[in-house]
Design a protein around this ligand. Structure first.
Ligand code: PEP
Ligand code: CO
Length: 451
């Protein structure tokens, strides 16, 4: 690691997408407070995730990353968190069973509060106010008071993250994720849908397998993998004041770790090599993600990887392509090829959401299920053609019965969007659409692994 790195060396660089706080002293006070509190995750956990991701990069496992576009302070009740968690579990089981492949489970959760925006201001009826930048910065309501960046929100983001993470740890380890409970993971609104029925049939086969193995003398009680899951957290490392305040030095190794989540990612708008966000992340030992949009060139990527992963640490980097259906077949192959030639073994993950955002006729930001499926299908096809591993999928999803993305087996239309559009930012797949996609992806993964 370049010795010039320090947790605050990013402050010498241009930092895009950060809010301007009217009260700098109040911001500094909030940062000091956070710096004195415990990290939310620990070095050993981040290292374990890196080991899992190294297996994904070798084609021995698959990454499933999902959750809200933006979490909101108001919507972090136990039911919401549990519902997201169980849909991720369901998707993971569908992929594990369908493709006989271990799945690394990574939530966009317990800290996904900061949002990049295309404009610093939003103008409504001639009034201009700062854009909403996520609950860690300001409020969504269109009033001057709500939109003024408030440093106390950093403290709230920390405490919300801590309580969500506590619940996730309990759900993952405390019995809910036990494979014997697989029937309990289906939400009522999904149960009677075609996906729900398909999942129940799969759950039945899993229960039969377990019963058979146990009848043969297999001691399920002594097999921890059946009773608990490893579940990791991630979010975009956008708010650098917050992220810096949670950096900790691991005493045993002397290495620096981001303490706010297991994996932190660089967004499409903040990945320039000389910028503050890249500077910050390069010094942390956590695994990191990098969003890769349609304008990224092979040389951009090479320079970026040389900067954030000079030692080519296995499992260190997840490249999250977000090209847009239609663009992916033209853009991705050259990137994959150039990294292969440079002998860079990264995890390639597909975000089929952020390149496929459109406006509906009735004024909603939405995404078409068909476009999402097309991008995923093309992602698998490109990796099959290039001889590389389609390593994972990245979704904006929720366990709730929302109507934010069009299409899917439920046949959601523009008119449906008016019914239950609840996202604080981008449109998410609902529980039923998520499961539908998981069944399709399992087929693609299975075919790819056979080949
Ligand atoms: C996101 O993941 O919510 C996001 C803003 O993505 P991107 O940086 O790829 O636009
Ligand atoms: Co988003």
């Amino acid at each position: 690691m370049n010795e010039m790195w320090t947790p605050d060396s990013w402050r010498q660089r241009t930092a895009r997408q950060l809010p301007t706080y009217p009260d700098a002293a109040a911001l500094a006070q909030a940062e000091r407070q956070l710096a004195g509190w415990p990290a939310l995750i620990f070095a050993g956990e981040a290292d374990a995730l890196r080991t899992r991701l190294a297996a994904v990069a070798r084609g021995e496992a698959f990454l499933l990353q999902g959750g809200d576009c933006a979490e909101s302070f108001e919507d972090l009740g136990a039911d919401t968190v549990r519902d997201t968690f169980r849909v991720i579990l369901q998707m993971a089981v569908v992929l594990t069973y369908g493709a006989a492949c271990p799945v690394v489970k990574l939530g966009r959760i317990a800290g996904q509060f900061a949002k990049p925006r295309s404009s610093d201001v939003e103008t409504v009826d001639g009034t201009a106010l700062p854009s909403y930048r996520g609950d860690i910065v300001n409020g969504a309501e269109f009033t001057a008071a709500a939109r003024t960046p408030d440093p106390q929100r950093l403290i709230r983001a920390y405490s919300h993250s801590a309580s969500v993470l506590n619940l996730l740890r309990a759900l993952a380890q405390g019995g809910f994720a036990d494979l014997h409970q697989v029937h309990r993971w289906t939400a009522d609104f999904v149960r009677d849908s075609p996906q729900g029925e398909r999942f129940e049939a799969l759950a039945g086969r899993i229960a039969d397998c377990l019963a058979f193995m146990e009848a043969c003398g297999f001691d399920a009680a002594r097999t921890p993998q059946l009773h608990a899951v490893e579940f990791y957290t991630s979010h975009e490392a956008l708010h650098l004041h917050y992220e810096q305040a949670l950096v900790r030095r691991d005493e045993a190794s002397g290495r620096w770790y981001g303490g706010s989540a297991h994996l932190l990612w660089l967004g499409e708008r903040t990945r320039e090599v000389e910028g503050a966000h890249v500077e910050f992340l390069r010094g942390l030992h956590n695994p990191i993600g990098i969003k890769v949009g349609p304008t990224a060139t092979p040389s951009d990527l090479q320079r970026l990887l040389d900067r954030v992963d000079p030692d080519r640490v296995p499992g260190r980097v997840v490249l999250i392509s977000r090209m847009g259906a239609g663009k992916l077949p033209n853009r991705l192959p050259a990137l994959v090829r150039s990294l292969r030639e440079a002998q860079r073994d990264v995890v390639w993950c597909c975000d089929p959401m952020h390149g496929n955002t459109v406006s509906s006729a009735n004024g909603y930001k939405t995404r078409d299920f068909a476009a999402i499926v097309t991008e995923v299908r093309d992602f698998f096809a490109v990796h099959a053609a290039e001889g590389s591993h389609a390593g994972g999928l990245h979704f904006e999803m929720t366990g709730q019965d929302v109507t934010e993305c069009r299409g899917g087996a439920q046949g959601l239309t523009d008119a449906s969007l008016e019914e239950r559009y609840r996202s604080a930012c981008d449109p998410r797949l609902n529980g039923s659409q998520s499961l539908e996609l998981a069944f399709m992806a399992a087929e693609m993964l299975k075919a790819g692994r056979k080949a």
